[in-house]
Ligand binder design. Structure first.
Ligand code: TRP
Length: 345
């Protein structure tokens, strides 16, 4: 029996944040490290998704490799045949299955996708591509090609996972058993634990998520920030007038966010960190501790990133792509046969 598949994609972007690191990368890398005896882990770079919105096309190739290196710097083991690291566009079945699924997907279904509505609203009609509209279908293909059961999803991706289940189930119903259906959102949360809800907030506006697309970048700690600049961002984080450190997301979101960041950086339980600092009245002193921790984290991470060997990463990418193309092509052929594009068995 083959192992159940855990799968996730992280878009190539030079500007990954500590939110991406702790919320997106680390949980699945921990799984890869600790549970590869029981699961196959597929981590990939959805480069075809990267071009759904206008990007700097001349930079994208380098960004793809850099993103792969980030996974390795964050601890992804490369010497395990059940852990895969690959580029979406290098396995052509992703595109081919997307087309077939496209033809089985209603316009109305896609029109309901809130991420499309949000994103298209911000980039202006004339720049909204058909690819962006089609984004969830490609994502469904990413997941279904490998029979993935577990996909960690942040809040912004739950609708896409639900669509994946819908289209997969519909195909199975209409054409016979083709796909393994990923678990429902609730079960995903149970499987991956609380990290899923993780939301580091913007330092300047703690009511919103720390996001790599934030324009000013003042409230965002990027993994590429100089350690000193990042420390300064922490020192100028927006807090409150209460002059009392307390974990209260509602009334003291800024301070609570800093407590959360500190807990993540020190790999400690938030309760323990709160117990240590609760009641402190000098925010400056508390911020200085968080700032120093951020500074040290970045020095360490950037050192690791620098040490990652390009050739080793390229070798892993190529080996995974070769191995997974076999799986993906088998699913694609099954689908082509089911819909009559290839002779049946
Ligand atoms: N849409 C995801 C994001 O923006 C990236 C992604 C693409 C993905 N395909 C996927 C995630 C398949 C999980 C499974 O973060």
């Amino acid at each position: 029996m083959s192992k159940p598949v855990i799968l996730t994609g992280l878009r190539a972007n030079n500007n990954l944040t500590i939110g991406n690191y702790f919320g997106g990368m680390l949980p699945i890398i921990d799984m890869a490290k600790n549970r590869s005896a029981d699961y196959q882990v597929n981590m990939f770079i959805p480069d075809l998704h990267s071009i759904t919105t206008p990007v700097d096309y001349s930079a994208i190739n380098a960004q793809i490799l850099l993103t792969a290196k980030h996974f390795v710097a964050a601890g992804l083991p490369l010497d395990n045949p059940d852990i895969h690291l690959y580029r979406q566009s290098y396995i052509s079945a992703h595109s081919e299955l997307t087309w077939i699924l496209d033809c089985m997907t209603g316009i109305g279904e896609m029109n309901r996708m809130t991420q499309f509505k949000d994103k298209s609203g911000t980039i202006g009609d004339e720049r909204v591509s058909v690819g962006l509209f089609n984004y969830p279908v490609l994502m469904a293909a990413d997941i279904l090609l490998y029979g993935s059961e577990y996909v960690p999803v942040g809040d912004d991706q739950t609708q896409h996972l639900e669509f994946t289940r819908d289209i997969g189930e519909r195909m199975n119903k209409n054409f016979g058993d083709i796909f393994v259906i990923p678990k429902a959102v609730k079960e995903q949360h149970k499987f991956f634990g609380k990290e899923q809800g993780l939301r580091i907030k913007d330092l300047q506006d703690p009511s919103k998520k720390m996001s790599k697309s934030d324009e000013s970048g003042k409230g965002v700690i990027f993994l590429s920030d100089t350690p000193e600049a990042a420390a300064r961002k922490v020192m100028s984080a927006v807090t409150d007038e209460k002059a009392y450190v307390r974990f209260d997301r509602e009334n003291q979101p800024g301070i609570s966010n800093l407590l959360e960041i500190l807990a993540l950086l020190q790999s400690r339980d938030i309760k323990e960190v709160v117990a240590e600092f609760e009641g402190q009245t000098l925010y400056g002193d508390f911020k200085a501790i968080v700032a120093e921790e951020v500074r040290r984290f970045l020095i360490d991470f950037q050192k690791k990133l620098h040490a990652v060997d390009d050739t080793v990463v390229m070798k892993k990418l190529e080996a995974s792509e070769k191995a997974l193309a076999v799986t993906a092509n088998a699913t694609l052929l099954r689908t082509q046969q089911a819909v009559g594009l290839r002779p049946g068995k």
